[in-house]
Design a protein around this ligand. Structure first.
Ligand code: AHR
Length: 322
């Protein structure tokens, strides 16, 4: 019997498949390039913006999109990808929930001659021929920029600076890399110490719950480093409920720069945000056309990003699209 999760993944794919299934000759019924895309889920504002961007970019590029939401589960992504292989889509793209455990299904796609594009998150497969390219951010750099800001902000201060860290989904590339980049950067100032570190799964509700626990168990918290805006925003609720002032009593650094995060930054509740752009859709569609046409593409394509102080957030907010 097929596992429930696998069934869910397949149903999600077929429900969203709509018309235009690939015909025996290898194109869609109406001649469009067909992309199967497996999304992580809907865990954050970033993810919603990323999904909306991909869904808008596909028709704009004349590509038929079969979109599947894995609801945060790797097994759903694997069954969605298998579904795309069965349907003989032209290109498969996905944002892997976690880094490990993809070799078998990627090999199946390769054997079926369907090119795979990684977006947003990496896999740890040693065999890089299993995918054509990886489009997304440098998460280590993001973590480093967060840490560099804290090192600068702490210059001249004496005594320990206690940091609590809200990590992203365990085993996900952005959680692993943002932790590393930050830890490497703060090593420049031995006064800065990470005193607590726990996952909040990139979700606002989990960020709030874990921050409540941090506040109860840790007498002195100077800084919160949250791997995304949503967890930081959840933590702000916990900090305010504990009678403390976010951005002042506890300094807050986050990653993403979605509208809600930028609003909190402009209001002084967050101190610094490192941008991670979710707007990958247009580039993804261009890459899909190229790999489908057999053109060579760069193995790694980095997203352009910046950082925001409170003043910069005030200036950027009116034009923020997501
Ligand atoms: O992989 C990108 C990360 O995933 C974003 O920073 C986070 O908000 C999302 O859930």
């Amino acid at each position: 019997m097929m596992a429930a999760a696998a069934m869910t993944g397949l149903l999600a794919v077929s429900a969203l498949a709509g018309c235009g299934d690939k015909d025996a000759a290898g194109g869609s019924d109406d001649g469009k390039l067909v992309m199967g895309f497996s999304q992580v889920g809907a865990e954050s504002g970033w993810r919603t913006a990323n999904t909306n961007d991909i869904k808008a970019a596909a028709p704009a590029a004349g590509i038929e999109l079969k979109f599947s939401d894995a609801q945060g589960k790797q097994e759903n992504q694997i069954s969605a990808i298998r579904g795309f292989i069965t349907q003989k889509v032209d290109v498969i793209a996905f944002s892997p929930v976690v880094t490990s455990g993809w070799d078998a299904v990627l090999k199946e796609a390769k054997d079926a001659d369907i090119p795979v594009i990684l977006t947003d998150r990496a896999v740890d497969s040693q065999d890089t021929s299993l995918y054509k390219t990886f489009l997304g951010s440098d998460f280590v750099k993001e973590g480093k920029e967060a840490g560099d800001w804290l090192v600068k902000d702490s210059a001249g201060k004496t005594g320990p600076i206690n940091v609590v860290e809200l990590q992203g989904t365990t085993g996900a590339a952005p959680a692993i890399d943002r932790q590393k980049g930050f830890a490497d950067a703060i090593a420049a100032n031995p006064n800065i110490k990470i005193v607590k570190s726990q996952t909040g799964d990139f979700k606002r509700a989990d960020g709030k719950t874990v921050m409540e626990q941090f506040l109860q168990s840790t007498p002195k918290i100077d800084v919160l480093y949250a791997h995304n805006d949503d967890m930081g925003l959840g933590a702000i609720e916990a900090i305010e409920a504990a009678g403390k002032v976010p951005g002042k009593d506890i300094k807050i650094i986050t990653v993403d720069a979605v509208k809600d995060g930028m609003t909190a930054l402009a209001a002084g509740k967050i101190n610094y945000i490192v941008e991670c752009s979710p707007l990958l859709g247009t580039q993804l569609m261009e890459l899909a056309k190229k790999v489908h046409a057999g053109e060579s593409v760069e193995q790694r394509i980095l997203t352009q990003e910046t950082t925001f102080t409170q003043e910069q957030a005030k200036a950027a907010l009116p034009d923020r699209k997501y």
